[in-house]
Ligand binder design. Structure first.
Ligand SMILES: [Zn+2]
Length: 60
């Protein structure tokens, strides 16, 4: 299946530019074109789009 580009926001509060990086950049670092801040791309994209995989509470 084809994966879309990963969108990650620049951690630089003065920049906050949304960068689109290819899925192959997972686990690597990219540099923000706007402010040259080094950003680490998480290996999983679940941080940006969490899956509805959490099971409901079974305590009841
Ligand atoms: Zn930036």
């Amino acid at each position: 299946m084809a994966e879309d580009a990963i969108r990650i926001m620049c951690p630089n509060l003065l920049c906050r530019k949304v960068l689109a990086v290819p899925p192959t950049a997972r686990g690597k670092t990219v540099r923000c074109k706007a402010c040259s801040t080094t950003i680490r791309i998480p290996e999983k994209a679940s941080e940006a789009s969490p899956k509805p995989d959490t099971k409901p509470e079974e305590a009841a």
